[in-house]
Design a protein around this ligand. Structure first.
Ligand code: SF4
Length: 382
């Protein structure tokens, strides 16, 4: 298949692995955080870690939009469906994420709540048009990649004069989260978690461009290499990060030039700016409250804001006991550090969000069986 096989070619992978082995200085460690869950899965699925020398480590970051949503916001969505009796529209993964008391939207649906699994924001609009006597709420989640479709749906609802459609907005922003990770005590005290460089997200960067990472690389003196999701993308980006570290550079480089530009998708950015504004603070699972890290709906579109239309209770939700998702999302622990991993928590019976989503680190460990290998310490920070 053209344009896919090329990025999985064995001979090229061997060449890149050889270059990494030659250039990774034996006397030092290279701890590289892949922010995005898509990279985590590429690393596991294709055995990229196995091709690395023992001093090149991948640290899994929080880049799974399902995983980073705190339990309280899922409780809020349940409340919309159960107490306010709206038709709640959401993506498939969100239906299985455990909320408080191990409830979920899927269980709520089984109990009679009107929860619809959608494939696009346009499905939610269609459902609203077909049910004019019911309130329809789009449970919108995701990073910068999924924000433009939500903005377009909201604008379309306004243009059509839909009075029964609103958005429960949970869109979050990547650069603020990366900054928060570097400023976390675990990373500042680098004896606990060392992060030398980042693989920057690919799909997110196709929207926002590579420029937003430039202040971060400069201030925190960490290289950021925007990387695609195929195994050769990840390996080439790893080599680029190693070269920067060897040279003492800390720049933003773009491996994913076939999609990402420095300025990103201006049209998508424009529609997002029109509909959304920064929230002063937003709680992330694993990171806590992070300033300027999420979006809310502008006052001009208040009629389509579910948080204004419905009275939503402040949440006092807690993480499931013994679930290590928060530490895993900060890169401080790996899935096998959790005593529930495979011992009560599996993709068929998830206890935490990292086991639910197809981009979650626990799901990656379980699906690709890496936990069955002898512990090399390669996934943990040195
Ligand atoms: S194995 Fe399950 S309970 Fe443990 S951290 Fe992962 S998702 Fe949470």
């Amino acid at each position: 298949m053209k344009y896919v096989d090329e990025f999985r070619a064995r001979d090229l992978a061997e060449g890149l692995a050889g270059a990494i082995r030659r250039e990774a200085a034996p006397g030092r460690s290279y701890n590289i955080m892949e922010f995005c869950g898509g990279h985590t899965h590429a690393i596991f699925r294709y055995g990229v870690q196995d091709l690395m020398p023992s001093n090149v480590h991948y640290i899994h970051g929080p880049g799974c939009p399902v995983c980073v949503l705190p339990i309280g916001r899922i409780d809020n969505a349940l409340e919309l469906a159960e107490r306010h009796k709206v038709i709640l529209c959401t993506y498939g993964d969100m239906m299985r994420v455990p909320a408080s008391g191990r409830r979920s939207l899927l269980k709520a649906k089984a109990d009679g709540a009107d929860v619809h699994m959608i494939y696009s924001t346009q499905d939610a609009l269609r459902i609203a048009a077909e049910n004019p006597t019911r309130q329809v709420v789009l449970f919108a989640i995701g990073f910068e990649t999924t924000t433009p479709p939500t903005a377009i749906a909201l604008k379309a609802a306004a243009d059509r004069g839909l009075t029964n459609f609103s958005v429960f907005c949970n869109h979050v922003l990547t650069p603020a989260a990366i900054k928060e990770i570097v400023e976390s005590p675990e990373v500042r005290d680098s004896a606990r978690v060392a992060i030398d460089a980042f693989l920057g997200p690919s799909h997110v960067s196709s929207v926002i461009g590579s420029a937003p990472y430039e202040p971060f690389a400069k201030v925190y003196r960490r290289p950021v290499v925007i990387a695609g999701f195929e195994p050769l993308d990840v390996m080439q980006a790893t080599l680029m990060a190693i070269r920067q570290l060897n040279d003492g550079r800390h720049e933003v480089e773009n491996q994913y030039v076939r999609v990402v530009t420095r300025e990103g998708n201006r049209k998508a950015q424009g529609v997002v700016d029109e509909v959304f504004e920064l929230r002063p603070s937003f709680a992330w699972r694993g990171l806590g409250e992070v300033a300027d890290s999420a979006l809310r709906i502008r006052a001009e579109f208040a009629a389509f804001d579910a948080e204004r239309r419905f009275e939503i209770s402040p949440s006092t939700a807690r993480e499931p006991k013994s679930c290590e998702c928060p530490s895993i999302l900060r890169g401080a622990k790996k899935p096998t550090d959790c005593k529930l991993f495979g011992n009560g928590c599996t993709p068929d019976n998830p206890i935490g969000s990292c086991m639910v989503s197809s981009e979650g680190a626990c799901a990656a460990y379980w699906t690709y069986g890496r936990f069955r290998q002898p512990a090399s310490g390669s996934e943990a920070a040195a």
